[in-house]
Design a protein around this ligand. Structure first.
Ligand code: ZN
Length: 874
């Protein structure tokens, strides 16, 4: 699954230490789960007839079972379903007991079933859902302005049981033959190609070919007024589906799919095993994408590219496709044995997607861009309430708990990158190939992956990796240099857990794969830090030193004062990646109160007019945190002048207009610097934005989609009633959802409190079509920056409606991210009381995490105001 933004993240529930069950290789009998392993599904034949007007479905199901031990009862998962005509080998059963609270149905047989093959069959009735869980109906405004509906599915983690009763745990792989009867005018898409289609009157019955053996959470079915564009790639038929009229916007995705499929066939050395791979653009539905085998579903905003799309939209499309397509191997072909190991799916797909996106789009500087995600993950993981990548999941109803985007996706991605650098890309790939080949059409555990990497690299990978996946947090590596009389440098390294606040009394340790570069150009040396006060030779004392060369590691470094001074002096000569690592670490050391603010500002000032995008985005973001802290304080104006002076040299070099030879990365830099200067009140930038907006009003083509966001954002911040009305009119006239999201988001930047009230009303109004329901929460979050009380009140008054589109993700949003959005003006006790009252009790640890983040921000605010004022008055 790919989760497209912070507000669309899945939940994270009960988190305790990793259970010993995780340690071993996969065996079907020992995979955790609630369902007994004495009866195993082999093949499902499922026929459904959805009734859209009644939001119900009737189904007929027949399951071939392998009974491994004689048994008088059979247990499977079901939810909101009633069973009729239940038969075992054609004969009626004794009793059927359904418990919706436990999501289980227990069937008592008339006599014990003997070991061997049997068939369970039944009819059932169930529900069509109105949010993305199981089979759901989605309303949308079509390109012609007509309101329509379609059907789609979202099964991960535990919602296949809402569409058909089944063994809904990932280790129960079986084949699925799905039949559905829907309006004959509709197209239907499933995991496999259509085997048979029969039209009878207004309806058509479609049967798909049997799927390979796979877990139930990968079953897919979409039906509606859809069209596709398609191509072949070797033996694979590639299709991009969208609602009629939008399929042409799938051309970019189709080309991307061609490239990615060829690359992955090569990387895994295991050709994509299904006859076809469809990608389906669903208007609304899930907020992100889902890797259903052979039929990936995307929120259409993450798959379609039109003339309204910006480079950011196109980057999202490529990287999310690369993520979901990586899952076709890691996740679908080889599935984690149990939800504890969901990181095997998500971290791997995230890492692979970044690698592929970087490979095929070198001028996006994608790994540098990914550094922002890594920093976000480190910021989350630097809390005492953080949790390990591998986490115990008691039963599958808590499976969603394992999808914590900052840890499961971003930290996991970063540590895989660190291991790849340490083991070498070829050995790493050989290990992955061995793992895929060994466990194809089966399940695997983390320990299976470590064993495969050990075979290919000769390293005891588990011994190194355990500290990174089985315990929370990451280390701060402190470096003290000493020089011999000839100037040769010896460094002494030590580690402790890095926390933004507080101390970890457990004092865990890590085996840290360091990459150490002395000087600015030489190749780095790999060094495994395994003990305190380990020493190493590291070039000469007058050279700069990078102990996280290439920014490849998931750790922070702190240099002694003399080494930091040399690094600062040579900052302009460092490789981009080394500079980024130094900026990231020094800012984190400032935020945690370890080092004073001037140590970071000295680095920022040393950037001069260098055009490295990620470095400047890092600086702009740190400057913005300080500016936010200074709002309302006496020193705000002086600080804004200072911050502008740091950014101005880059802006003066870049100007407003892109040059033909510029890379997308440089254009991204320009937009970020202009946006930051606009927020910092630069009069020239504000004037120019207003001029450009005036031209835009008469001709929308005068500003490219890439630049519309920043111009409108700056204009909205300083808008009076007339300018606000113009911005609102632009939003109302949006031609598609891509424009709509951009224009409405800009409206929320308004500073005037009266206009902010209007903006809040707009966010909740019927102007937003049903497929963009999830946007409402994002819009209110946009208001929260400057209008916390207003945003908070609107949020708590409308929380149920605002959270509904996020389905199972809603509790995590409330528990973990709401406190971080409202820490500045709402008393934390008020936030905490509301949040605890609106999430299930098992979300306690998530609330703790959110509140720790809120308390940190509040404490940091006071510290930054004090230190920035002192710096400016020096
Ligand atoms: Zn995923």
């Amino acid at each position: 699954m790919h989760i497209s933004n912070r507000w669309a993240f899945a939940l994270a529930a009960t988190l305790v230490a990793v259970s010993s069950a995780l340690a071993g290789p996969f065996s079907p009998e020992q995979a955790p789960g609630r369902l007994p392993k004495n009866v195993i599904p082999v093949s499902y034949t499922i026929a459904i007839v959805p009734n859209l007007s009644a939001l119900s479905l009737s189904g007929r199901e027949s399951i071939v079972l392998n009974v491994r031990e004689a048994t008088g009862t059979i247990q499977l998962n079901s939810l909101n379903e009633s069973f009729h005509d239940v038969r075992f080998d054609g004969k009626p059963v004794k009793r059927v007991l359904t418990n919706d609270k436990a999501q289980l149905t227990t069937i008592a047989l008339e006599s014990a079933a003997a070991v061997g093959s049997h068939t369970l069959s039944f009819s059932y009735s169930g529900k069509i859902e109105e949010q993305p869980q199981g089979l759901f109906v989605q309303s949308y405004l079509d390109p012609g302005g007509a309101m329509r509906t379609l059907l789609s599915t979202q099964m991960e983690e535990t919602d296949a049981r809402r569409m058909f009763p089944c063994w809904d745990e990932p280790a129960f792989r079986a084949t699925f033959r799905l039949t559905a009867t829907v309006p004959a005018s509709w197209a239907t898409v499933g995991n496999m190609p259509v085997a048979k289609r029969v039209v009878h009157g207004d309806l058509a019955t479609t049967t798909f070919q049997d799927s390979p053996k796979m877990p139930s959470y990968l079953v897919e079915f979409t039906a509606g007024d859809l069209e596709q564009i398609s191509a072949t790639n070797g033996k694979t038929q590639l299709g991009i589906w969208a609602v009629r009229g939008l399929q042409k916007n799938g051309a970019t995705a189709l080309a991307n799919a061609q490239t990615i499929l060829a690359d992955y066939n090569e990387y895994f050395a295991y050709p994509y095993p299904l006859p076809k791979l469809d990608s389906i653009a669903v208007p609304g539905g899930i907020q992100g994408a889902m890797e259903n085998w052979g039929a990936i579903t995307y929120n259409d905003q993450t798959l379609l590219v039109s003339s309204s799309s910006s480079i950011v939209n196109r980057q999202n499309v490529f990287s999310i496709q690369a993520h979901e397509m990586a899952h076709q191997w890691n996740g679908d072909l080889v599935t984690m044995a149990w939800w504890d190991d969901i990181w095997l799916n998500e971290s791997f797909a995230s890492w692979m997607a970044a690698k592929e996106t970087d490979l095929r789009n070198p001028d996006w500087k994608w790994w540098e861009a990914q550094d922002a995600d890594k920093e976000d993950a480190m910021s989350a993981d630097a809390r005492i309430t953080s949790h390990p990548i591998q986490q115990h999941v008691t039963d599958e109803l808590q499976a969603a708990s394992a999808f914590d985007p900052q840890i499961t996706y971003s930290k996991g991605q970063a540590i895989l990158r660190m291991f790849e650098a340490f083991l070498g890309a070829d050995a790493f790939r050989a290990g992955i190939r061995g793992y895929i080949k060994t466990f194809a059409f089966s399940n695997a555990t983390t320990s299976d992956l470590w064993n495969a990497l050990k075979s290919s690299s000769g390293e005891d990978v588990r011994a190194i990796a355990a500290g990174w996946t089985e315990q929370a947090g990451f280390p701060l590596v402190s470096i003290a240099a000493s020089c011999d009389p000839k100037g040769a440098r010896t460094i002494t390294l030590s580690q402790k857990r890095f926390l933004l606040q507080g101390v970890d009394k457990d004092n865990p340790g890590w085996k840290i794969p360091l990459q150490i570069r002395s000087g600015s150009d030489s190749a780095p040396n790999a060094l495994l830090l395994t003990r305190q006060d380990q020493t190493a030779q590291a070039g000469r004392c007058d050279e700069p030193l990078s102990a996280n060369a290439g920014a490849l590691g998931f750790y922070r470094t702190r240099y002694d004062a003399a080494t930091l001074a040399i690094n600062t002096k040579n900052f302009g000569r460092l490789k981009d990646s080394d500079r980024i690592a130094l900026l990231d670490d020094q800012w984190a050391l400032v935020e945690s109160g370890v080092d004073p603010l001037p140590t970071y500002l000295a680095l920022a000032a040393a950037m001069g007019s260098d055009l490295d995008t990620r470095a400047w985005i890092q600086i702009a973001s740190a400057l913005a945190i300080i500016e936010y802290a200074e709002r309302g304080a006496a020193g705000h104006e002086a600080y804004a002048v200072f911050a502008r002076s740091l950014l101005k040299p880059v802006f003066e070099q870049l100007g407003w207009n892109a040059k033909p030879e510029e890379t997308p990365a440089v254009q991204t830099l320009r937009r970020n610097v202009i946006r930051a200067l606009g927020t910092l009140g630069d009069p020239g930038v504000i004037d120019e934005a207003r001029k450009r907006f005036a031209a835009f009003l008469s001709d929308h083509k005068s500003i490219s989609p890439d630049n519309q966001g920043i111009v409108l954002y700056i204009v909205a911040q300083y808008a009076d009633a007339a300018a606000f009305a113009s911005l609102h009119a632009v939003a109302r006239a949006a031609q598609d959802e891509t424009q709509m999201r951009r224009y409405y988001s800009a409206l929320m930047a308004v500073r005037d409190p009266i206009l902010a009230q209007q903006a809040a009303q707009i966010a909740l109004s019927a102007e937003i079509p049903p497929q963009a329901d999830s946007l409402r929460l994002e819009l209110l979050q946009g208001l929260a920056g400057r209008h916390q009380r207003l945003s908070w009140q609107m949020f708590i008054d409308n929380s149920e409606r605002l959270l509904k589109p996020f389905a199972t993700n809603a509790p995590l949003i409330v528990a973990q991210y709401v406190p971080e959005a409202y820490w500045n003006e709402i008393p934390l006790a008020e936030v905490e009381a509301w949040v605890r009252g609106h999430v299930p009790a098992e979300f306690g640890p998530n609330v703790d995490r959110g509140m720790e983040g809120a308390r940190f921000r509040l404490a940091e605010k006071g510290m930054l105001v004090r230190d920035a004022d002192a710096y400016l008055q020096r």
